[in-house]
Design a protein around this ligand. Structure first.
Ligand code: ZN
Length: 299
């Protein structure tokens, strides 16, 4: 085969499959970020999440495959606000990919796009060991998905200029669908306004704040620090003087203390997913919130 013919064949292939090899390789720390990136990126991106949705997001057990994924990444999207501080930095070091290192264009920290709760005004341990910069679980307020989607669309457009129109359209479509769901979810959760709850860990604070649900206390002593018997006694004394509707428990922390208090004080214990894949029903971004709201509102 002569060179001219070969070039013609290669050119034909390039025209037939313009996206092969050209997809932006995106790695996300958590499944919810992957779900959101797929909404905005569509078929221009290849998205992989590192952590599994059933795992404790603060303490992810790294696998060798994580480093391989980080090495291939054009873009790494993280939750930020120190949620990954316990596990991601050594992996980034080992992957040594200049595209996604701290300070590089290919690293997007989503926590910069939302307003954080419980940001400490001084350096103290009052917020426990694992929320030193405030509560990082902002993604469990469904209203926060829109600013996050906008931040992702802006970053994808910056790194992949030819896709700007596609990202803009995908974002607009997502906004319409998500706003319709928000309207429905807001309506369904309106009845819980003023209700009092207890959480194991402060996973759902942003959701509670959004819908006017009040938090009596947590079963953990502090974020990341298990309950002591004295703390449980103090919490039980508060329960006696309040009308507590639910105890909210995630799927990965031990639930003995929650079950004990629920039984003793006749309070309903609700296990909630905290990410896509945490429970069977939460198999995508829409169904994650659908399932949280179903579990909170069904009798
Ligand atoms: Zn936490």
């Amino acid at each position: 085969m002569n060179m001219k013919k070969l070039i013609l064949i290669l050119a034909a292939f390039a025209l037939a499959f313009p996206l092969i090899g050209a997809k932006l390789q995106v790695v996300t720390t958590y499944p919810y970020i992957a779900g959101l990136t797929e909404q905005v990126g569509g078929d221009r991106v290849d998205v992989r999440a590192l952590a599994g949705g059933q795992w404790d997001p603060h303490t992810i057990m790294a696998k060798p495959s994580f480093i391989a994924k980080l090495r291939r990444a054009d873009l790494l999207i993280i939750n930020g606000a120190q949620l990954e501080i316990g596990w991601l930095p050594p992996l980034l070091n080992q992957a040594s990919n200049p595209k996604v290192n701290v300070g590089a264009r290919g690293l997007l920290d989503l926590s910069r796009s939302v307003k954080m709760l419980d940001v400490p005004d001084n350096v103290s341990r009052a917020h426990g060991d694992i929320h030193p910069d405030g509560n990082p679980h902002y993604y469990l307020d469904p209203h926060n998905m829109l600013p996050l989607a906008e931040a992702i669309a802006a970053k994808l457009s910056e790194l992949d200029g030819t896709g700007v129109q596609a990202y803009r359209k995908n974002l607009a479509d997502f906004r319409v669908q998500w706003n319709a769901k928000l309207e429905e979810w807001d309506r369904r959760l309106a009845d819980l306004k003023g209700a009092m709850v207890i959480e194991y860990h402060q996973n759902y604070d942003y959701l509670l704040r959004r819908y006017g649900i009040e938090l009596l206390g947590t079963i953990e002593l502090l974020p990341g620090i298990p309950p002591t018997s004295r703390h449980i006694q103090e919490l039980e004394a508060k329960i006696d003087n309040a009308s507590v509707r639910f105890i909210l428990q995630d799927v990965y922390n031990p639930d003995e203390a929650s079950r004990h208090i629920a039984t003793k004080h006749h309070i309903r214990l609700i296990k909630l997913p905290h990410d896509i894949g945490a429970v069977r029903e939460a198999d995508g971004l829409f169904s994650l919130f659908e399932e949280i709201i179903r579990r909170l509102t069904h009798d």
